[in-house]
Write a protein of this length. Structure first.
Length: 233
């Protein structure tokens, strides 16, 4: 075949594309297990962060097994779903469903001092993309013990500040229920208070939309747990 012809050039390019695609596909399949494990480890680290347990990629699995003593999935009536795995529930999908149709994961933590905490996942929308996190509650099902927040693409120095301790630490000792009613936790501009008497934290200066996204995320993600949380009280 004439190597200077258009036919040769097209065939050569097609073969190279196929070969490169095949190599990439094989490489992707070979790394899939490792990638999945890395995602799982990162999730363990996030869950542990909500109860103030610092974990690394090296020790996350060990610490998760040590502190997370139980996990289960609830329905909106507060009843456990048999056979469901809390760790694998896609919270991003569940939060888009009607509250009475959701699968509600719960992670139970027992600290070194014997105290038990309940960790609930969160998912919502920020200014530029999804935000998510975990909220750890005391055994009373009402008082916040710790919080962890993360984001995909919020603005550095503004909305991205939700992932830092000065913001998340504000949630410590805040309550989800006031006088027996679920009010969630408000995120208000500094100096302002919610009109419904709910507990609140200060919003991030310059990150109003992300802050309100956190507030909406809390209310939407936690409201379906009301029956379960009241049973703990």
């Amino acid at each position: 075949m004439n190597k200077q012809s258009n036919t040769y050039t097209i065939l050569y390019a097609a073969v190279m594309v196929i070969l490169v695609a095949a190599v990439l596909a094989v490489t992707s399949l070979g790394l899939k297990g490792r990638q999945t494990r890395n995602v799982e480890i990162d999730k363990m680290k996030q869950i542990l962060s909500s109860v103030h347990v610092a974990a690394t990629a090296a020790d996350a699995q060990e610490l998760y097994r040590k502190y997370i003593v139980d996990s289960f999935v609830l329905d909106s009536k507060g009843e456990r779903t048999a056979g469901a795995d809390a760790f694998t529930v896609d919270v991003a999908v569940q939060t888009k469903l009607p509250a009475d149709e959701r699968e509600l994961p719960v992670f139970v933590c027992r600290l070194d001092n014997g105290e038990q905490k309940y960790i609930l996942p969160l998912y919502g929308a920020g200014l530029w993309g999804p935000i998510w996190g975990y909220l750890a509650l005391d055994a009373d099902g009402n008082t916040v013990y710790g919080a962890y927040f993360a984001h995909q693409g919020e603005t550095p120095g503004l909305g991205a500040e939700i992932e830092k301790a000065p913001f998340s630490d504000q949630f410590r000792d805040k309550r989800l229920f006031i006088a027996g009613d679920f009010t969630s936790i408000a995120v208000e501009k500094k100096g302002q208070k919610p009109s419904n008497g709910a507990d609140y934290v200060d919003a991030i200066s310059g990150g109003t939309i992300t802050s309100k996204g956190v507030q909406a995320m809390l209310a939407n993600s936690l409201a379906p747990y009301t029956v379960f949380l009241k049973s703990l009280q």
